[in-house]
Write a protein that binds this ligand. Structure first.
Ligand SMILES: CC(C)(COP(=O)(O)OP(=O)(O)OC[C@H]1O[C@@H](n2cnc3c(N)ncnc32)[C@H](O)[C@@H]1OP(=O)(O)O)[C@@H](O)C(=O)NCCC(=O)NCCS
Length: 160
C-alpha cells in the first residue's frame, strides 16, 4: 500500500506514541526521550528546534522522523529520532522519510547531517540502515552510555 509523507500535526500524537511504545529496540529511557521530543515540538513548533515528518498509509500514521539544525553550527543538522511501525518496516517508508528530511535540510542550507546512536546489539539493523543510506561511522566513544556500550557518531556530507 502506498504511503504519503507530511509534516506532523497535533492529532498525530497518540499514533506516534503507540509506534514509539512498540519499537522493541527502544529502551524505556529511549521511549521517554522520544515521547518528550514529540511533545516539545507540539508545544512550540518553531521554538523546539526540530522538524517532524510523518508517514501515513490510508490516514494511519505508520512512521516518523525528527531532525533539526545543530545549535552553534553553520549548516550542521542532527537526525534525532525515527521509527517505522514494526508491521510496516522493510517497505521503504524509513528510506523515504530520510530522503525527504535530507532534501529539506539541503533546501535550508545544510551541509552535514549527524546521527548519534548506541553500539547496543539491538541497534545493529538500524546502523546498517543508516550506512546503506550514505551515513559514515566517524566516531566511536567507548563506554559512553554504559560499560561496554559505546556512542557511535555517523555523518553524511551533503556538499560532496
Ligand atoms: C530504522 C527504521 C526506521 C527503518 O525503517 P523502515 O521503514 O523499515 O526502512 P526501509 O523499509 O526504507 O528500509 C529498511 C532497510 O532495512 C531492512 N529492514 C529493516 N527492517 C526490516 C524489517 N522489519 N523487515 C524487512 N526488512 C527490514 C530492509 O531490507 C532495508 O534494507 P536496505 O538498507 O538494504 O535497503 C526501522 O527499522 C525502525 O523503526 N527501527 C527501530 C527504531 C530505530 O532504530 N530508529 C532509529 C534510531 S532513533
Amino acid at each position: 500500500m502506498m504511503h504519503r509523507l507530511r509534516p506532523m500535526l497535533p492529532g498525530d500524537r497518540t499514533a506516534l506514541f503507540n509506534i514509539i511504545d512498540n519499537i522493541s529496540e527502544f529502551s524505556p529511557a529511549d521511549v521517554l526521550v522520544a515521547r518528550e521530543v514529540i511533545d516539545s515540538h507540539l508545544q512550540d513548533p518553531c521554538g523546539s528546534g526540530y522538524s517532524v515528518l510523518v508517514a501515513e498509509i490510508e490516514k494511519k500514521v505508520v512512521g516518523y522522523i525528527c531532525y533539526g539544525p545543530t545549535p552553534l553550527t553553520q549548516g550542521t543538522w542532527d537526525m534525532y529520532w525515527m521509527a517505522t511501525s514494526p508491521e510496516q518496516q522493510g517497505q521503504g517508508i524509513g528510506s523515504d522519510l530520510v530522503v525527504l528530511a535530507e532534501s529539506q535540510i539541503m533546501e535550508s542550507g545544510g551541509r552535514l547531517i549527524m546521527i548519534e546512536t548506541s553500539s547496543r546489539p539491538e541497534y545493529e539493523k538500524t546502523l546498517r540502515f543508516h550506512r546503506n543510506r550514505g551515513y559514515e561511522l566517524i566516531v566511536r566513544i567507548p563506554d559512553f552510555y554504559a560499560p561496554g556500550e559505546d556512542k557511535l557518531i555517523l555523518q553524511k556530507r551533503l556538499d560532496r
